[in-house]
Ligand binder design. Structure first.
Ligand SMILES: Cc1cc2nc3c(=O)[nH]c(=O)nc-3n(C[C@H](O)[C@H](O)[C@H](O)COP(=O)(O)OP(=O)(O)OC[C@H]3O[C@@H](n4cnc5c(N)ncnc54)[C@H](O)[C@@H]3O)c2cc1C
Ligand code: FES
Length: 278
């Protein structure tokens, strides 16, 4: 049977918002379903280009799938495009190109311990990988989830974090930079949790996503804990236009983040990661 024709990667496909859930004051999760045809396959870690009509396009990670027909996207309002997308209501339509980019090495990590380190909205691209690992839990060694939020009120996916915490087969630690009177958990930055976590560094894969400064400290802490540089993966963000490796907007050293990332193996980018603003 002939393979189904792939849509032109430059042409946004129409998607309907079938659910809009407010996560935080400035952040919403949208469930998107194609108006025609099936939802394309995606790997955890990949992103789509979402197009708000009359405003513009932004790269947004796939934060999960509610079912085989939908994508979930968690969007923070930081400007014109992300603001327009984050404010979309159920029933609205949006343009979508993708999925693009590389995914987390979820299958390759089978048999090993796996450490997820997320900061703030960085939990969004890691969430489908965490869900996949937990759905196939027996194939992995220890599963450690370390998450840091600015403060308790800005904590993303709070209900899901609580569900993960209920499990006896996951080590989860959550910390906040600034506590309030109701917070009784850890206070401090997320990389500091790595020292307290239990895993076999000789056989562990480390996955991290968050603000770049947080990922710098996380990578240092993972290396210090004994995980080799070629077993650490991070998700990079750069401004994107074409998303298919043609325009050069997302250049990062010799790599294009849209094509060679966003998930990149640390040893392959260490030289450039050390340079700020590259
Ligand atoms: C691979 C990838 C995955 C992403 N995943 C998500 C996601 O899941 N959820 C989400 O809310 N956002 C995500 N982003 C960031 C999102 O693309 C930007 O926030 C958005 O493009 C900003 O556009 P704007 O018009 O709303 O704001 P602009 O007016 O363009 O910018 C507003 C502010 O945000 C800063 N900014 C713009 N683009 C970025 C960027 N790529 N990274 C960091 N700061 C930026 C600008 O410097 C400026 O200070 C992702 C970006 C990439 C490259
Ligand atoms: S966005 Fe055009 S090359 Fe990456």
């Amino acid at each position: 049977m002939a393979a189904a024709p792939q849509p032109d990667p430059f042409v946004p496909q129409l998607y309907r918002v079938t659910r809009a859930r407010r996560e935080l004051a400035d952040t919403a999760t949208l469930q998107l379903v194609p108006l025609a045809g099936p939802r394309p396959h995606f790997e955890p870690g990949q992103f789509n280009m979402l197009y708000a009509f009359g405003v513009g396009e932004a790269a947004i990670s796939i934060s999960g799938a509610a079912d085989a027909m939908s994508f979930l996207h968690t969007v923070r309002d930081v400007g014109a495009v992300s603001g327009a997308i984050a404010k979309l209501k159920t029933g609205a339509t949006v343009g979508l190109r993708g999925p693009f980019g590389t995914g987390w090495p979820v299958a390759a990590a089978q048999g090993a311990d796996i450490v997820f380190v997320a900061g703030g909205l960085g939990l969004a691209p890691l969430r489908p990988a965490i869900r996949q690992v937990l759905a196939d839990r027996r194939r992995y060694g220890r599963v450690v989830i370390l998450f840091g939020s600015r403060n308790p009120k800005d904590m993303l996916y709070r209900r899901e974090l609580e569900q993960w915490r209920q499990r006896l087969d996951v080590d989860i630690e959550v910390t906040v930079d600034h506590a309030d009177a109701d917070w009784h958990g850890s206070v401090g930055v997320v990389p500091a949790l790595i020292r307290r976590a239990t895993f076999d560094p000789r056989d562990t894969i480390g996955l991290t996503c968050g603000p770049e400064v947080m990922m710098r400290f996380t990578v240092s802490a993972l290396l210090e804990a004994g995980i080799a540089a070629d077993r650490i993966y991070l998700s990079m963000e750069r401004n994107m236009k074409c998303a298919i490796g043609l325009c050069g907007h997302c250049q990062f050293g010799p790599a294009f983040v849209c094509r060679d990332g966003p998930v990149m193996r640390f040893d392959r980018i260490a030289e450039f990661f050390a340079v700020r603003e590259i």
